[in-house]
Design a protein around this ligand. Structure first.
Ligand code: ATP
Ligand code: MG
Length: 439
């Protein structure tokens, strides 16, 4: 049935995107593509393989994996019921849990450990501000099935190398160890005793978490709590011999590679799944949203989501924050311009011109083809104007006279003189290379 038009049609209201979820437009999208290419090449050099998991996962995966008393699970998840079967689903707020689910589900550790990486959108219902969005993107690396400190070191060096190869400066590394569950338990008692002596300064959230997840209080962003957080007992002093040995082995390997770090005994990270190593890469150039990458070991998560116990370690990196730094610190990117703008004065030349344009593209020449309004191709003058603003190095003019001679005019748009020459259409693939710049 066709929609009936009302007699006095009102103008449809303009639809806008969801708050905190951004469009990534050209020319900025070129920086994203460039970055993704760098990541792929680097991951290949470290022999990490790509994994792609769904954006929607069962809500239980995150509740169980990340911990019920965490910022993400308490207030940041986009959760909904499947309209058809009532299943509780959530847009992934992070990807470690999904990777672990996939690894367990497909029994990937059957033949030994795995080194994996992913890139993609994550969703958290946070207050949008610079460096904090509701849809944002992460690159993550996860190493599963290996318990030694050497993979902790490899992952940290991999991130540091990425920053170096992106031309970034002033990203510092902070390191801590959260020890093992029994050590955490002893620390937990000391922590509760400490906070109980400062009930007057605790905020509502801290009070609520005091007996469920006191470690989370150390991660509080409330400035009023900083003093009592700073004087809290440190997990590092509760570590036993094996945990300390792991920490020291990691430090030795970072030292051997000349990677500087500071130990931050208050670094706890936002999810409950971490043990032993935790770390963050932080910059002071982005204001308060300065953590560009965070990660650590999560040796109990695989078991937690129902897999056979196996150790694991990984990190996640915020692409928006990192690209903001790239914009500030890296040399500007070359403008994206085609090699050639194809000027087609008369629509009757289109079929023949199109064929030549396709053969040039097949040879690797970047060609922007003039397209008309639907009512003709437009004047030569307007076509030349578009050729100029496209940034193309050459204009190819498929004029009717040249076409009649089986030729096309190649005009230089950037040599100042506007020099031009005729080329044979039939041999386009032979002279295609003369149009190509490096891209
Ligand atoms: P923060 O303390 O800034 O909230 P987080 O500890 O919640 O960060 P992780 O869950 O460790 O962050 O995610 C890893 C990285 O992803 C962060 O270091 C950051 O760069 C990025 N990130 C996290 N949340 C957002 C967001 N809402 N918008 C943009 N980037 C984000
Ligand atoms: Mg957060």
């Amino acid at each position: 049935m066709s929609e009936k038009k009302p007699a006095t049609a009102s103008k449809p209201t303009k639809l806008v995107g969801v708050k905190g979820m951004n469009d990534i437009l050209p020319p900025d999208s070129a920086r994203w593509e460039w970055f993704e290419g760098k990541v792929r090449h680097l991951m290949a050099r470290y022999a990490y393989r790509n994994i792609r998991t769904p954006i929607v996962e069962p809500t239980a995966l995150f509740v169980r994996g990340l911990g019920e008393v965490t910022d993400i699970v308490e207030k940041e998840m986009y959760s909904f019921e499947d309209r058809l079967n009532g299943e509780a689903l959530t847009l992934r707020p992070e990807c470690t849990a999904g990777v672990v689910r996939a690894v367990v589900e497909h029994n990937l550790l059957y033949e030994g450990g795995k080194r994996l990486y992913y890139m993609g959108p994550m969703f958290r219902h946070e207050r949008p501000q610079r460096g904090r969005y509701r849809q944002f993107h992460q690159v993550g690396a996860e190493v599963l099935g290996f318990g030694g400190a050497e993979v902790d070191a490899e992952l940290i060096l991999l991130a540091a190398t990425l920053f170096k190869e992106l031309g970034l400066r002033d990203i510092r590394l902070e390191l801590n160890s959260l020890g093992q569950p029994p050590e955490r338990l002893a620390h937990r008692s000391a922590l509760i005793a400490h906070f109980e002596q400062h009930m007057d300064v605790l905020d509502e959230e801290a009070k609520r978490r005091l007996y469920t997840n006191p470690l989370r209080i150390l991660d509080s962003k409330n400035p009023a709590l900083q003093a009592v957080v700073e004087s809290a007992p440190q997990l590092l002093s509760f570590l036993g011999e094996a945990s300390l040995a792991h920490f020291n082995a990691l430090r030795g390997m970072l030292d051997a590679n000349g990677l500087a770090y500071t130990i931050n005994p208050r670094l706890v990270r936002g999810m409950d799944y971490y043990n032993l190593t935790v770390f963050e890469f932080i910059t002071d150039s982005l204001g308060s949203q300065g953590t560009v990458c965070g990660g650590g070991r999560y040796d109990y998560l695989i078991e937690q989501v129902g897999g056979k116990p196996a150790p694991a370690v990984g990190w996640g990196l915020g692409i928006e924050r990192l690209l903001e730094l790239v914009k500030e610190q890296s040399p500007p990117m070359a403008e994206l311009a085609p090699d050639v703008y194809a000027i087609i004065p008369d629509a009757s030349s289109l079929p023949a011109a199109f064929k030549v344009i396709e053969s040039l593209r097949a040879k690797g020449v970047a060609v922007q083809m003039h397209a008309g309004s639907g009512e003709g191709m437009g004047s030569m003058k307007s076509q030349f104007k578009k050729a100029d603003s496209s940034g193309a190095t050459f204009a190819l003019i498929f004029g009717a006279d040249e076409m009649a001679q089986a030729q096309v005019t190649v005009k230089s748009l950037r040599d100042g003189a506007g020099s031009q020459r005729l080329q044979d259409l039939a041999s386009a693939s032979d002279w295609a290379h003369t149009l190509q710049s490096a891209h």
